[in-house]
Design a protein around this ligand. Structure first.
Ligand code: HEM
Length: 399
């Protein structure tokens, strides 16, 4: 009996996942804010921003798992708006600076992507050979931590991401905690090696060690390692999925593909950013962002849809739904390249907005552009996904 109900539950979940857009569209009209037992779902743009803007009420639920990944500490995405949160984010913003984007990140991403494509001889799996390789190599070059083995390093980041941000699964947890231990050991050794044999490279690790030498609080070896592990987890599987999904959307829409290829060949980078933003809005990275409600709270107060979310409820702020909400987004089902940036919530909203948001809008279009520039570009087979990540997108190009 338990097995039957488990199968039914799995089937229902699969069905719901396959029809999320439709479900959200109905909810936005008939019941925009849903509370069911200890769970709440918020679907309209205005209410999703209300939730994500009130970080002292809707708190991040990640600390417990971050504790396991870091072996007894936390990472700033798992923290409330505390002194330690501000200290850690500020330190890492000094180490990973906005001006690095044009100076280091963009040239590296463009060059690495182009080299991979030209050495693949006209046939490649975008996911395995490009979209997860480029961010992994960027971490190697820019952070100074290439990993013990490129493929295993990317696999480790991916399984830790799945553990932290997706529903509990004992198999995933086991693999993720092994990966976390291996990644911690690698980073500890990389920090020790750097201190024993200093090199004169201008990378994030060296900048962290300079802050440490200057006596900056929050920059012990352990702090540096925990900051790096969090950034590595956030950077690799996310970038890979976004680049693959964008390309797949263009393959599904040949007239958009032609326009995007023209933009790529003309180096119209701002236009390519809009192609990425809009492709992701229609094929989002995730359904939403999780929070836990710290006190009874009425969302959309004073409106007909006002709803009390009880203390302790797990809340999904459905960014996927918000970005399709016709009350805020003009003609949401259509693909338009002229939407304003505030229409998009791919990188979160409020206190915990993605640390890498500006890197993303360089790295994802950079990877996509290198593919789009190829002549006679074609998709060989449908993109394969092993939830939650794409695992294969085979293409051919050239003759
Ligand atoms: C490329 C696609 C990416 C996507 C779709 C993405 C998405 C997100 C989202 C939705 C959040 C908010 C999480 C929440 O509020 O619960 C977030 C936070 C974060 N992301 Fe990203 N991310 C991406 C890439 C990156 C990269 C490249 C890095 C690192 C360089 C990164 C590091 C982080 C960090 C550290 C946070 C937490 C920020 C904070 O707590 O203040 N992400 N990301």
């Amino acid at each position: 009996m338990a097995n039957i109900s488990k199968t039914v539950q799995e089937k229902l979940t699969q069905w719901a996942l396959a029809h999320l857009d439709g479900i959200f569209a109905v909810l936005r009209i008939v019941k925009p804010n849903v509370v069911f037992k200890d769970n709440a779902l918020v679907t309209r743009f205005e209410d999703v921003t209300e939730v994500l803007n009130r970080d002292w009420i809707f708190k991040v639920p990640y600390a417990e798992k971050m504790d396991k990944v870091t072996n007894g500490s936390n990472f700033f995405l798992g923290m409330e708006n505390t002194e330690q949160y501000t200290r850690d984010v500020s330190n890492m913003r000094i180490a990973a600076r906005r001006e690095d984007i044009p100076e280091i990140i963009k040239p590296f991403v463009d060059q690495t992507s182009e080299e991979i494509l030209s050495s693949a001889n006209g046939k490649m799996d975008v996911v395995q050979q490009l979209s997860r390789v480029v961010p992994t190599r960027l971490i190697g070059k820019y952070f100074g931590t290439p990993g013990w083995n490129e493929t295993e390093f990317a696999d480790a980041a991916t399984i830790m991401f799945q553990y932290l941000f997706y529903p509990d699964d004992p198999e995933v947890e086991k693999k993720a905690l092994q990966a976390a231990e291996q990644t911690r050991n690698y980073l500890d050794q990389a920090i020790t090696d750097r201190k024993t044999n200093p090199v004169n490279t201008d990378d994030v690790l060296n900048r962290c060690l300079k802050l440490q030498a200057a006596g900056m609080p929050g920059m012990t070896d352990l702090d540096i390692r925990n900051n790096l592990i969090g950034l590595i987890i956030g950077a690799i599987p996310t970038t890979s999925k976004c680049a693959a999904v964008t390309l797949n959307h263009l393959f599904n829409n040949p007239e958009l593909m032609v326009e995007a290829q023209q933009a790529a060949r003309a180096n119209e980078d701002d236009k390519l950013i809009q192609f990425v933003q809009e492709s992701l809005r229609l094929n989002p990275f995730a359904a939403g962002i999780q929070r836990v409600c710290a006190e009874d709270y009425v969302v959309a107060k004073g409106t007909l849809r006002s709803t009390k979310i009880p203390k302790g409820a797990r809340v999904l702020a459905a960014t996927q739904s918000a970005m399709m909400d016709g009350r805020k987004i003009k003609k949401p089902k259509e693909f338009h390249l002229d939407r304003p940036a505030h229409n998009y919530m791919h990188f979160g909203f409020g206190l915990h907005t993605c640390f890498g948001q500006y890197i993303n809008l360089t790295q994802i279009p950079g990877i996509v552009k290198a593919v789009l520039k190829q002549t006679n570009l074609r998709r060989v087979s449908e993109m394969k996904v092993e939830e939650p990540f794409p695992v294969s997108l085979e293409i051919e190009y050239g003759n």
